[in-house]
Design a binder for this molecule. Structure first.
Ligand code: MG
Length: 173
């Protein structure tokens, strides 16, 4: 088994749709971003790629590449799962903390868990999403944006760890 951690932050921007964990949250303005700005998806992508030492979201889906303009971040997350599987790993479980003063996450958590569970191919039971405020402190407290922390546990498919015994030079990732 291996573990990865991811973080992302985005600024709120008028006129954008708020998408978090693949779920549209209509009661609040959206987030800036080259893609749809789904910071939950982006933090999870970094956690998955980090778990197998495969770089980060920017190395696969750079903002300089117009293919990813307004991209559906659930599609990017699905691609990250494919990268994971191409390295012989699958997701065990993920845990996500979303930090913002508003909107309230609770009414959307179950929909996010189901959507993420589908894309990660684990089911909602292996996906945790938690909302917190920043107690009014700093840029999050002023409602300027959102921050997301994610952790992902992955396991070798079929119990075979492709990295076992590999040297730094020969890491087959
Ligand atoms: Mg991002």
């Amino acid at each position: 088994m291996r573990v990865g951690v991811g973080y992302d932050s985005h600024r709120f921007e008028e006129g954008r749709r708020l998408i978090l964990g693949g779920v549209h949250i209509p009661e609040h303005t959206g987030l800036t971003g080259h893609s749809d700005g789904d910071a939950v998806a982006h933090a999870l992508i970094d956690a998955l790629l980090g778990a197998v030492g495969a770089g980060d979201v920017g190395s696969y889906f750079p903002p300089s590449d117009h293919s990813w303009k307004d991209a559906d971040s659930m599609d990017l997350l699905a691609r990250a799962v494919n990268i994971l599987e191409s390295r012989n790993y699958q997701v065990v479980n993920v845990d996500v903390t979303v930090i913002c003063e508003s909107p309230k996450l609770a009414p959307h958590v179950e929909a996010m868990r189901r959507r993420l569970g589908d894309v990660l191919r684990v089911g909602a039971g292996a996906v945790s999403v938690k909302g917190k405020t920043n107690e009014g402190m700093g840029w999050i407290g002023r409602g300027e944006g959102i921050a997301v922390h994610a952790v992902a546990l992955v396991e070798a498919i079929g119990g075979f760890d492709a990295t076992w015994g590999a040297t730094d030079e020969g890491l087959p990732l």
